[in-house]
Design a protein around this ligand. Structure first.
Ligand code: HEC
Length: 444
């Protein structure tokens, strides 16, 4: 009830979903998972590149590492964009009015995504293809990837703000643009959890990338061994996982209560336990026997993937819980509207135009105005138009007001060379018929 008073309840689009809901939800979670992995690699890669390139100012070997990671950013970015279409379409289909409302409320920032992405992409290409050219001005070169990364860091905030805002219709009335939506609880803890994921996933990517048998590692590096670079990868993973776990706990404790249930908590804790396991194995890899560096790699990757599926699942459960009540209201609202519109189509209400009364006509003014409005297209005073002239009517009906009224209500078929006159049974009240008759019969 309270929800109903404060919350805008838009009508839904009365169309069936194109696929069963469970299938769309599965598609949403899985396609989003694929998309976010490449987003993680794109952003995590940019962050690691900056770090390595800055370190490379003093130690050349790190500059080579930076270059190697930088080459992967543009590829991962393309994958991320292509794979982003499916989750965007799925969420749009499943949560049309919610997603649309959130997009509209943060409209400017939402549209800004397009120019921002374009600029950031161009900057990453510029950075990648000018590595040799900027050999003499490394700081400027670092500034380029720095700018791209700043934009990359900002864009997920817009997405996060939107998918967060869509879950809180009761806030829609109060939200004034992107910045105020950004301040809703939950946005920042989720954002930092995401940043942690970028670093941990990219760390694992670096381990895999440099472990590939056909990768000409020795041609690239002169000082670093594969072990050294993989260690860097694992270390990034450890830092990232630590950040994820820390902010994951905060996410759990700051989730607004309306969508929270034992289901959400259980799945989130299960998800978190896989992160802890991944952290433990990564730690063991780095601190343990050098030759066993990769022994736990597959396990760690599996744990991270399972975490992602579970975490995504818990978000979906939360969203489902949080929106259920509102969705019921929307369904009621939509049904009521459909009923109303059906009735309106079956019984159209004639628009009552204002009558233009001519005061000089005295008591005939209303009848004259009505005649002009309802009868004038077919009847004139002295001449035949579509129907016979008024003079003829007056001739027939003088002294027979009731007959005249019943003709107007429900005309018969009289003259062979005239079409049928339409009836006015539902359009004119008895009082209006009297006025009309008075006017018609006043004609001599
Ligand atoms: C769409 C055209 C049209 C409109 C509008 C129209 N009429 Fe007619 N009217 C006719 C036609 C055609 C006839 C002749 C029908 C016949 O003789 O079968 C007619 C005939 C009449 C007659 C003669 C009836 C008789 O017994 O011979 C009267 C009176 C009349 N109309 C009054 C009105 C009044 C009053 C209105 C406005 C409320 C009106 N009409 C609106 C077309 C129209």
């Amino acid at each position: 009830m309270l929800l109903q008073i404060q919350t805008p309840v838009p009508k839904d689009i009365p169309l069936e979903l194109p696929l069963p809901e469970w299938l769309l939800v599965t598609l949403l979670i899985l396609s989003f998972l694929l998309h976010i992995i490449f987003i993680n690699l794109m952003l995590g890669g940019s962050i690691l590149t900056i770090w390595a390139q800055i370190k490379g100012l003093k130690e050349k070997e790190y500059d080579i590492l930076a270059h190697e990671i930088a080459k992967t950013i543009t590829v991962n970015k393309s994958m991320a964009v292509v794979l982003g279409v499916a989750p965007l379409l799925s969420i749009n289909t499943l949560y049309t009015i919610y997603f649309y409302s959130a997009n509209a409320l943060t409209g400017f920032a939402w549209i800004m995504i397009i120019p921002l992405i374009t600029i950031a992409f161009l900057l990453t290409y510029l950075h990648k293809y000018t590595w040799e050219k900027f050999e003499g001005s490394k700081r400027l070169h670092i500034a380029i990837i720095g700018m791209a990364t700043t934009i990359f860091l900002f864009i997920p905030l817009i997405f996060l703000t939107n998918v967060n805002l869509m879950m809180f219709p009761e806030k829609w009335g109060a939200v004034k643009g992107f910045l105020s939506a950004l301040m809703l609880p939950n946005v920042f803890p989720r954002y930092f959890e995401f940043l942690g994921a970028c670093v941990s996933v990219t760390g694992l990517f670096v381990v895999w990338y440099n472990g590939r048998r056909h990768y000409p590692f020795e041609e690239q590096y002169s000082v670093f061994t594969r072990y050294d670079v993989k260690r860097i990868g694992y270390s990034a993973t450890i830092i990232g996982l630590g950040v994820q776990i820390f902010f994951g706990v905060i996410v759990l404790f700051t989730l607004p209560s309306k969508g929270i249930g034992y289901d959400v908590i259980a799945v989130m804790i299960a998800a978190g336990s896989f992160l802890v396991a991944a952290l433990w194995w990564s730690y063991k890899s780095v601190t343990g026997d050098k030759r066993l560096l990769d022994a736990r790699f597959k396990r760690i990757v599996m744990a991270v993937i399972i975490f992602m599926v579970l975490y995504g699942g818990s978000r979906q459960i939360y969203r489902h819980n949080a929106l259920r009540k509102h969705q019921e209201l929307v369904a009621e609202h939509t049904k009521a509207f459909q009923k109303q519109s059906k009735e309106a189509r079956e019984h159209p209400v004639e628009e009552k135009e204002e009558l233009e009364l001519d005061p000089s006509l005295g008591e005939l003014a209303k009848g004259s105005a009505l005649f002009k409005q309802k009868c004038g297209i077919c009847h004139k005073r002295d001449e035949k138009l579509v129907g016979p002239p008024m003079t003829e009517m007056a001739g027939i009906y003088t002294g027979k007001t009731e007959d005249l009224k019943s003709w107007i209500r429900q005309p018969g078929k009289k003259r062979a060379d005239y079409p049928q006159m339409p009836g006015f049974k539902d359009q004119l009240s008895d009082e209006e018929l009297n006025e009309l008759a008075k006017f018609i019969l006043s004609v001599k």
